[in-house]
Ligand binder design. Sequence first.
Ligand code: 5GP
Ligand code: MG
Length: 189
Amino acid sequence: MSYVTNLYEKLGPKIISRKQIHTAVKRIAKQINNDFNNREVTLISNLKGSFRFVSDLISHLKVPIRIGFVSFRSYKGTKRIGKKVVIDKDLDLDIKGRHVIIIEDIVDSGLTMDYSIQYFKKQKKAKSVKICTLLDKEVKRQVPIKIDYCGFKISDFFLVGYGLDYDEYFRELNDISVFKQIINGEKSE
Ligand code: 5GP
Ligand code: MG
């Protein structure tokens, strides 16, 4: 069996349906619309996992927005690469004195988010930084993070679909499913 066929055979049960995602996205957009009430906001989407989430989210926003994309990571595949956050793609947008919302797919240990908040506040001089994540794996947290907008709180499963990958596959799936090969964040042999 090929590597890819084998991967797709290992797809576990769906735990969040496209309909549930759609409802959550609309709920979050409503909260942002209320909070910003016609004031402009800059969304910073952390690639690649959040690309579908941010795309759907902006279709429901009624405030003036600017979008920036970054790629910050504390993981490679499913293996942690120490406590350091790596910047694969830096921000190409000026956010000095601006209100910012960071858009993530998952907050897990919180290390990426903790670094991102400090980076946008201290180095890029944002006026305010709010946090929006589709999924919150609170049980895995190593540093406290105050999340302003959250889609779903989830248990410690490795999830794929709706932008989330395993080894770059599964981002195309419209529902979010458990990837069975991963147990407690580690690849089972
Ligand atoms: P952390 O909060 O530990 O710094 O890292 C969060 C990042 O780890 C997420 O943005 C995502 O890229 C990755 N991650 C954590 N849990 C999962 C998961 O269950 N599935 C996938 N595909 N990525 C995950
Ligand atoms: Mg990510």
